[in-house]
Design a protein around this ligand. Sequence first.
Ligand code: BGC
Length: 422
Amino acid sequence: MTADQKQPNRGFPKHFLWGAATAAHQVEGDNHNQWTVWELENAKAKAAQADFHLHDYPTWDKIRVEANMPENYVSGELADHYHRYKEDFDFLEKMNMNAYRFSVEWSRIEPKEGTWNSEAIAHYKDYLEELRRRDIEPVVTLLHFTLPVWFAEMGGFEKRKNVKYFVRYAEKIMSELGNSIRFIITINEPEVYGFESYYLQNWPPNKSSLFKVWRVGVNQAVAHRKAAKVLHSLNRRYRIGIAKNTVYFFPGDSAWVSRLSANLFQFFQDDYFIRKYIKHSDFLGVNYYQSARLLGYRVHNSEKLDYSDVDWPLAPADIEYALERLSRKYKKPLMITENGLADADDEHREWWIKETIIGMQKALKGGVDLIGYFHWSLMDNFEWAYGKWPRFGLIAIDYKTGKRTLRPSAAWFGRVIKKLKD
Ligand code: BGC
Protein backbone atom coordinates (compact mmCIF):
# COMPACT_ATOMS: atom_id res chain seq x y z
CA MET A 1 0.00 0.00 0.00
CA THR A 2 1.36 3.45 -0.77
CA ALA A 3 0.90 6.48 1.44
CA ASP A 4 -1.13 8.22 -1.23
CA GLN A 5 -3.86 5.60 -1.56
CA LYS A 6 -7.22 6.78 -0.37
CA GLN A 7 -8.24 4.60 2.55
CA PRO A 8 -9.46 5.90 5.90
CA ASN A 9 -6.52 6.49 8.23
CA ARG A 10 -4.55 4.00 6.20
CA GLY A 11 -3.75 1.96 9.27
CA PHE A 12 -2.73 4.80 11.59
CA PRO A 13 -4.52 5.06 14.96
CA LYS A 14 -6.96 7.92 15.45
CA HIS A 15 -4.81 9.99 17.82
CA PHE A 16 -1.50 9.28 16.11
CA LEU A 17 1.00 12.09 16.66
CA TRP A 18 2.34 13.58 13.43
CA GLY A 19 5.14 16.00 14.10
CA ALA A 20 8.68 17.24 13.78
CA ALA A 21 11.47 17.54 16.34
CA THR A 22 14.17 20.00 17.36
CA ALA A 23 16.61 20.39 20.26
CA ALA A 24 17.27 23.69 22.02
CA HIS A 25 20.97 24.08 21.34
CA GLN A 26 20.56 23.11 17.70
CA VAL A 27 18.02 25.81 16.87
CA GLU A 28 17.59 28.47 19.55
CA GLY A 29 20.76 30.49 19.04
CA ASP A 30 22.84 32.35 21.64
CA ASN A 31 23.02 29.62 24.24
CA HIS A 32 25.71 29.39 26.87
CA ASN A 33 26.48 25.83 27.88
CA GLN A 34 29.36 23.33 27.77
CA TRP A 35 28.94 23.04 23.98
CA THR A 36 29.27 26.76 23.25
CA VAL A 37 32.51 26.86 25.24
CA TRP A 38 33.83 23.86 23.30
CA GLU A 39 32.76 25.29 19.94
CA LEU A 40 34.75 28.47 20.47
CA GLU A 41 37.82 26.55 21.61
CA ASN A 42 37.76 24.11 18.69
CA ALA A 43 36.30 25.88 15.65
CA LYS A 44 39.62 26.76 14.00
CA ALA A 45 41.09 23.31 14.43
CA LYS A 46 37.94 21.66 13.12
CA ALA A 47 37.90 23.85 10.02
CA ALA A 48 41.56 23.06 9.41
CA GLN A 49 40.93 19.30 9.69
CA ALA A 50 37.81 19.25 7.51
CA ASP A 51 39.64 18.19 4.32
CA PHE A 52 41.25 15.30 6.11
CA HIS A 53 38.05 14.05 7.76
CA LEU A 54 35.43 14.73 5.11
CA HIS A 55 37.11 14.62 1.71
CA ASP A 56 35.67 11.21 0.78
CA TYR A 57 32.07 12.19 1.53
CA PRO A 58 29.84 12.00 -1.57
CA THR A 59 28.94 15.63 -1.02
CA TRP A 60 32.44 16.93 -0.44
CA ASP A 61 32.40 19.31 -3.42
CA LYS A 62 29.18 20.89 -2.18
CA ILE A 63 30.17 21.21 1.48
CA ARG A 64 33.85 22.05 1.12
CA VAL A 65 33.56 25.84 1.41
CA GLU A 66 31.35 25.78 4.51
CA ALA A 67 33.21 22.90 6.15
CA ASN A 68 36.49 24.83 5.83
CA MET A 69 35.17 27.88 7.65
CA PRO A 70 35.58 28.15 11.46
CA GLU A 71 32.14 29.90 11.69
CA ASN A 72 30.55 26.65 10.57
CA TYR A 73 31.52 25.08 13.92
CA VAL A 74 30.16 27.87 16.12
CA SER A 75 26.41 27.70 16.75
CA GLY A 76 26.07 31.47 17.41
CA GLU A 77 22.70 32.95 16.54
CA LEU A 78 21.55 30.18 14.22
CA ALA A 79 18.01 30.90 13.01
CA ASP A 80 17.11 32.63 16.31
CA HIS A 81 14.33 30.16 17.03
CA TYR A 82 14.41 31.36 20.65
CA HIS A 83 12.69 34.54 19.50
CA ARG A 84 11.08 33.42 16.24
CA TYR A 85 9.29 30.30 17.48
CA LYS A 86 5.83 31.57 16.59
CA GLU A 87 6.81 31.85 12.93
CA ASP A 88 8.30 28.37 13.10
CA PHE A 89 5.15 26.96 14.68
CA ASP A 90 3.18 28.39 11.74
CA PHE A 91 5.04 25.89 9.60
CA LEU A 92 3.87 23.02 11.84
CA GLU A 93 0.33 24.13 11.11
CA LYS A 94 1.07 24.48 7.40
CA MET A 95 2.20 20.86 7.40
CA ASN A 96 -0.98 19.79 9.23
CA MET A 97 1.07 18.47 12.15
CA ASN A 98 -0.55 17.85 15.52
CA ALA A 99 2.62 17.34 17.60
CA TYR A 100 6.05 18.82 18.18
CA ARG A 101 9.10 17.55 20.08
CA PHE A 102 11.53 20.10 21.53
CA SER A 103 13.98 20.37 24.39
CA VAL A 104 14.21 22.78 27.29
CA GLU A 105 17.71 24.22 27.69
CA TRP A 106 18.82 23.49 31.26
CA SER A 107 21.58 26.14 31.10
CA ARG A 108 18.95 28.83 30.50
CA ILE A 109 16.70 27.62 33.34
CA GLU A 110 19.53 27.29 35.87
CA PRO A 111 22.43 29.45 34.66
CA LYS A 112 24.11 29.22 38.07
CA GLU A 113 23.79 26.32 40.44
CA GLY A 114 20.57 26.77 42.43
CA THR A 115 19.55 30.02 40.66
CA TRP A 116 16.40 29.78 38.55
CA ASN A 117 15.96 32.17 35.66
CA SER A 118 12.35 33.32 35.72
CA GLU A 119 12.56 34.90 32.25
CA ALA A 120 13.63 31.63 30.69
CA ILE A 121 10.88 29.78 32.53
CA ALA A 122 8.33 32.34 31.31
CA HIS A 123 9.70 31.88 27.79
CA TYR A 124 9.07 28.13 27.77
CA LYS A 125 5.61 28.67 29.28
CA ASP A 126 4.74 30.96 26.42
CA TYR A 127 6.28 28.52 23.96
CA LEU A 128 3.94 25.80 25.25
CA GLU A 129 1.00 28.15 25.26
CA GLU A 130 1.59 28.86 21.57
CA LEU A 131 1.61 25.13 20.81
CA ARG A 132 -1.59 24.57 22.78
CA ARG A 133 -3.29 27.45 21.00
CA ARG A 134 -2.60 25.62 17.74
CA ASP A 135 -3.72 22.23 19.10
CA ILE A 136 -0.22 20.86 18.85
CA GLU A 137 0.75 18.19 21.38
CA PRO A 138 4.14 18.96 22.95
CA VAL A 139 6.72 16.27 23.65
CA VAL A 140 9.28 17.80 26.00
CA THR A 141 12.89 16.63 26.23
CA LEU A 142 14.68 17.67 29.43
CA LEU A 143 18.24 16.91 28.34
CA HIS A 144 19.41 16.88 24.75
CA PHE A 145 23.23 16.68 25.04
CA THR A 146 23.85 20.16 26.50
CA LEU A 147 24.79 20.87 30.13
CA PRO A 148 25.08 24.09 32.12
CA VAL A 149 28.75 25.06 32.34
CA TRP A 150 28.72 24.83 36.17
CA PHE A 151 27.39 21.25 35.99
CA ALA A 152 30.00 20.24 33.40
CA GLU A 153 32.73 21.85 35.52
CA MET A 154 31.78 19.78 38.54
CA GLY A 155 32.20 16.63 36.43
CA GLY A 156 28.72 16.29 34.90
CA PHE A 157 27.40 12.73 34.83
CA GLU A 158 30.84 11.32 35.60
CA LYS A 159 29.95 11.69 39.27
CA ARG A 160 27.05 9.94 40.98
CA LYS A 161 26.66 12.78 43.46
CA ASN A 162 25.82 15.16 40.59
CA VAL A 163 22.72 13.24 39.56
CA LYS A 164 20.69 15.13 42.16
CA TYR A 165 21.17 18.40 40.23
CA PHE A 166 19.54 16.96 37.14
CA VAL A 167 16.66 15.55 39.17
CA ARG A 168 16.16 18.90 40.90
CA TYR A 169 16.08 20.70 37.54
CA ALA A 170 13.61 18.14 36.15
CA GLU A 171 11.30 18.65 39.11
CA LYS A 172 11.58 22.43 38.98
CA ILE A 173 10.92 22.84 35.27
CA MET A 174 8.06 20.36 35.16
CA SER A 175 6.36 21.84 38.19
CA GLU A 176 6.57 25.19 36.38
CA LEU A 177 5.46 23.92 32.97
CA GLY A 178 2.81 21.84 34.57
CA ASN A 179 -0.10 19.73 33.69
CA SER A 180 -0.77 20.51 30.07
CA ILE A 181 2.12 18.22 29.11
CA ARG A 182 1.65 14.48 28.67
CA PHE A 183 4.89 13.22 27.11
CA ILE A 184 8.31 13.77 28.68
CA ILE A 185 11.66 12.48 27.46
CA THR A 186 14.15 12.71 30.30
CA ILE A 187 17.34 12.13 28.31
CA ASN A 188 17.99 12.04 24.58
CA GLU A 189 20.25 9.21 23.41
CA PRO A 190 22.20 8.71 26.63
CA GLU A 191 24.53 6.15 25.02
CA VAL A 192 25.38 8.43 22.07
CA TYR A 193 26.27 11.18 24.53
CA GLY A 194 28.51 8.75 26.46
CA PHE A 195 30.40 7.48 23.41
CA GLU A 196 30.82 10.77 21.55
CA SER A 197 31.90 12.68 24.66
CA TYR A 198 33.92 10.07 26.55
CA TYR A 199 35.32 7.75 23.91
CA LEU A 200 35.26 9.05 20.35
CA GLN A 201 36.48 12.51 21.38
CA ASN A 202 34.09 14.27 19.02
CA TRP A 203 32.17 16.13 21.74
CA PRO A 204 33.02 17.89 24.99
CA PRO A 205 34.64 17.04 27.38
CA ASN A 206 36.70 15.20 24.76
CA LYS A 207 37.83 12.27 26.88
CA SER A 208 38.76 8.77 25.82
CA SER A 209 38.00 6.25 28.51
CA LEU A 210 35.72 3.23 28.26
CA PHE A 211 35.47 3.27 32.03
CA LYS A 212 33.99 6.78 31.86
CA VAL A 213 31.56 5.76 29.11
CA TRP A 214 30.33 3.03 31.44
CA ARG A 215 30.20 5.30 34.48
CA VAL A 216 28.37 8.11 32.70
CA GLY A 217 25.96 5.50 31.30
CA VAL A 218 25.18 4.13 34.75
CA ASN A 219 24.72 7.60 36.24
CA GLN A 220 22.43 8.73 33.44
CA ALA A 221 20.28 5.64 33.95
CA VAL A 222 20.07 6.48 37.66
CA ALA A 223 19.21 10.09 36.74
CA HIS A 224 16.37 8.86 34.51
CA ARG A 225 15.02 6.51 37.17
CA LYS A 226 15.08 9.18 39.89
CA ALA A 227 13.64 11.89 37.66
CA ALA A 228 10.84 9.57 36.46
CA LYS A 229 9.92 8.83 40.08
CA VAL A 230 9.84 12.49 41.10
CA LEU A 231 7.90 13.51 37.98
CA HIS A 232 5.35 10.75 38.41
CA SER A 233 4.80 11.94 41.96
CA LEU A 234 4.09 15.41 40.54
CA ASN A 235 1.60 13.99 38.06
CA ARG A 236 0.65 10.34 37.58
CA ARG A 237 -0.54 11.10 34.06
CA TYR A 238 2.88 12.04 32.73
CA ARG A 239 4.12 9.49 30.22
CA ILE A 240 7.87 9.34 30.62
CA GLY A 241 10.55 7.77 28.44
CA ILE A 242 13.94 8.27 26.83
CA ALA A 243 14.80 8.69 23.14
CA LYS A 244 17.03 5.80 22.08
CA ASN A 245 19.07 5.82 18.91
CA THR A 246 18.62 2.48 17.20
CA VAL A 247 20.37 0.90 14.23
CA TYR A 248 18.77 -2.21 12.78
CA PHE A 249 21.44 -4.90 12.28
CA PHE A 250 20.72 -7.87 10.05
CA PRO A 251 22.77 -10.74 8.57
CA GLY A 252 23.43 -10.41 4.84
CA ASP A 253 23.76 -14.18 4.38
CA SER A 254 22.97 -17.34 6.28
CA ALA A 255 26.50 -17.91 7.61
CA TRP A 256 26.53 -18.43 11.38
CA VAL A 257 29.18 -15.70 11.84
CA SER A 258 26.94 -13.13 10.13
CA ARG A 259 23.94 -14.16 12.22
CA LEU A 260 25.91 -14.15 15.46
CA SER A 261 27.51 -10.77 14.67
CA ALA A 262 24.14 -9.21 13.84
CA ASN A 263 22.78 -10.37 17.20
CA LEU A 264 25.81 -9.14 19.10
CA PHE A 265 25.85 -5.75 17.35
CA GLN A 266 22.12 -5.39 18.05
CA PHE A 267 22.57 -6.25 21.71
CA PHE A 268 25.34 -3.70 22.25
CA GLN A 269 23.55 -1.06 20.18
CA ASP A 270 20.17 -1.38 21.88
CA ASP A 271 19.44 -3.93 24.54
CA TYR A 272 22.47 -3.37 26.76
CA PHE A 273 21.20 0.20 27.27
CA ILE A 274 17.44 -0.10 26.96
CA ARG A 275 17.17 -2.69 29.72
CA LYS A 276 18.55 -0.09 32.17
CA TYR A 277 15.67 2.26 31.39
CA ILE A 278 12.66 0.34 30.28
CA LYS A 279 11.20 -0.65 33.66
CA HIS A 280 11.04 3.02 34.57
CA SER A 281 9.54 4.16 31.27
CA ASP A 282 5.96 4.41 30.04
CA PHE A 283 7.01 4.37 26.39
CA LEU A 284 10.18 4.06 24.34
CA GLY A 285 11.29 6.87 22.03
CA VAL A 286 13.05 5.54 18.94
CA ASN A 287 15.44 7.62 16.86
CA TYR A 288 15.93 5.75 13.58
CA TYR A 289 18.40 6.88 10.93
CA GLN A 290 20.02 3.75 9.55
CA SER A 291 20.34 -0.01 9.35
CA ALA A 292 23.45 -2.12 8.82
CA ARG A 293 24.00 -5.39 6.99
CA LEU A 294 26.52 -7.82 8.47
CA LEU A 295 28.61 -10.09 6.27
CA GLY A 296 30.75 -12.13 8.64
CA TYR A 297 31.73 -9.83 11.47
CA ARG A 298 31.84 -6.68 9.30
CA VAL A 299 29.23 -4.15 8.29
CA HIS A 300 28.93 -4.34 4.52
CA ASN A 301 25.91 -2.51 3.17
CA SER A 302 24.44 -3.17 -0.24
CA GLU A 303 26.16 -1.28 -3.10
CA LYS A 304 22.72 -0.25 -4.30
CA LEU A 305 22.08 2.10 -1.40
CA ASP A 306 22.23 5.88 -1.72
CA TYR A 307 23.96 8.00 0.92
CA SER A 308 22.91 11.15 2.75
CA ASP A 309 25.04 14.29 2.87
CA VAL A 310 26.67 13.05 6.10
CA ASP A 311 27.48 9.75 4.38
CA TRP A 312 24.87 7.59 6.13
CA PRO A 313 23.36 4.76 4.05
CA LEU A 314 19.71 5.40 3.22
CA ALA A 315 17.51 2.44 4.13
CA PRO A 316 14.30 3.98 5.48
CA ALA A 317 12.11 0.88 4.96
CA ASP A 318 14.09 -1.07 7.56
CA ILE A 319 12.38 1.02 10.23
CA GLU A 320 9.65 -1.62 10.06
CA TYR A 321 11.99 -4.33 11.36
CA ALA A 322 13.49 -2.05 14.00
CA LEU A 323 10.01 -1.24 15.33
CA GLU A 324 8.86 -4.86 15.25
CA ARG A 325 11.92 -6.04 17.14
CA LEU A 326 11.71 -3.37 19.84
CA SER A 327 7.99 -3.86 20.27
CA ARG A 328 8.31 -7.65 20.55
CA LYS A 329 11.13 -7.39 23.03
CA TYR A 330 9.97 -4.57 25.30
CA LYS A 331 6.18 -4.62 24.92
CA LYS A 332 5.85 -0.87 25.44
CA PRO A 333 4.30 1.79 23.23
CA LEU A 334 6.86 3.13 20.77
CA MET A 335 7.17 6.70 19.55
CA ILE A 336 9.48 7.57 16.64
CA THR A 337 11.10 10.56 18.28
CA GLU A 338 13.53 11.24 15.39
CA ASN A 339 13.82 10.11 11.80
CA GLY A 340 15.24 11.93 8.81
CA LEU A 341 18.31 12.69 6.74
CA ALA A 342 20.80 15.39 5.81
CA ASP A 343 19.76 16.31 2.28
CA ALA A 344 20.53 19.89 1.31
CA ASP A 345 19.13 19.48 -2.22
CA ASP A 346 15.96 17.76 -1.01
CA GLU A 347 16.73 14.97 -3.42
CA HIS A 348 15.79 11.94 -1.29
CA ARG A 349 13.56 13.32 1.48
CA GLU A 350 10.17 12.71 -0.11
CA TRP A 351 11.14 9.14 -1.00
CA TRP A 352 12.56 8.63 2.52
CA ILE A 353 9.34 9.76 4.19
CA LYS A 354 7.18 7.69 1.81
CA GLU A 355 9.19 4.54 2.58
CA THR A 356 9.03 5.31 6.29
CA ILE A 357 5.26 5.71 6.21
CA ILE A 358 4.91 2.36 4.48
CA GLY A 359 7.28 0.80 7.04
CA MET A 360 5.17 2.24 9.89
CA GLN A 361 1.96 0.95 8.29
CA LYS A 362 3.42 -2.54 8.06
CA ALA A 363 4.61 -2.42 11.66
CA LEU A 364 1.19 -1.21 12.84
CA LYS A 365 -0.49 -3.98 10.89
CA GLY A 366 1.82 -6.47 12.57
CA GLY A 367 0.59 -5.29 15.97
CA VAL A 368 3.23 -2.70 16.98
CA ASP A 369 1.82 -0.12 19.41
CA LEU A 370 3.19 2.93 17.61
CA ILE A 371 1.92 6.26 18.92
CA GLY A 372 3.70 8.91 16.90
CA TYR A 373 6.22 10.00 14.29
CA PHE A 374 8.52 13.03 14.60
CA HIS A 375 10.62 14.00 11.63
CA TRP A 376 14.15 15.23 12.34
CA SER A 377 14.12 18.06 11.99
CA LEU A 378 11.57 20.84 11.76
CA MET A 379 14.33 23.14 10.53
CA ASP A 380 17.99 23.18 9.49
CA ASN A 381 20.12 23.27 12.59
CA PHE A 382 23.49 22.94 14.28
CA GLU A 383 24.55 19.35 13.71
CA TRP A 384 27.01 19.02 16.65
CA ALA A 385 30.54 18.09 15.53
CA TYR A 386 29.71 18.73 11.85
CA GLY A 387 28.43 22.25 12.52
CA LYS A 388 25.93 24.00 10.27
CA TRP A 389 26.45 22.53 6.80
CA PRO A 390 24.30 19.38 7.18
CA ARG A 391 20.72 20.24 6.24
CA PHE A 392 18.23 18.05 8.08
CA GLY A 393 15.32 20.51 7.99
CA LEU A 394 11.84 20.33 6.58
CA ILE A 395 12.33 24.09 6.64
CA ALA A 396 15.45 25.38 4.89
CA ILE A 397 17.24 28.17 6.76
CA ASP A 398 19.32 30.92 5.23
CA TYR A 399 21.66 31.64 8.14
CA LYS A 400 22.69 35.03 6.72
CA THR A 401 19.16 36.45 6.60
CA GLY A 402 17.24 34.09 8.89
CA LYS A 403 14.80 33.44 6.02
CA ARG A 404 12.76 30.25 6.35
CA THR A 405 11.53 28.28 3.31
CA LEU A 406 9.50 25.10 3.37
CA ARG A 407 11.30 22.48 1.29
CA PRO A 408 9.17 20.86 -1.46
CA SER A 409 9.30 17.45 0.29
CA ALA A 410 7.88 19.09 3.42
CA ALA A 411 4.98 20.63 1.53
CA TRP A 412 4.30 17.18 0.07
CA PHE A 413 4.56 15.58 3.56
CA GLY A 414 2.03 18.11 4.86
CA ARG A 415 -0.48 17.06 2.21
CA VAL A 416 0.09 13.40 3.02
CA ILE A 417 -0.40 13.99 6.77
CA LYS A 418 -3.73 15.65 6.01
CA LYS A 419 -4.87 12.59 4.07
CA LEU A 420 -3.60 10.19 6.70
CA LYS A 421 -5.43 12.07 9.47
CA ASP A 422 -8.76 12.24 7.62
C1 BGC B 1 20.37 13.51 17.73
C2 BGC B 1 20.18 14.84 17.07
C3 BGC B 1 21.00 14.90 15.80
C4 BGC B 1 20.51 13.81 14.87
C5 BGC B 1 21.24 13.75 13.52
C6 BGC B 1 20.32 12.35 16.78
O1 BGC B 1 21.25 11.40 17.16
O2 BGC B 1 19.44 13.35 18.78
O3 BGC B 1 20.53 15.84 17.98
O4 BGC B 1 20.96 16.13 15.19
O5 BGC B 1 20.72 12.56 15.48
O6 BGC B 1 22.57 13.45 13.70
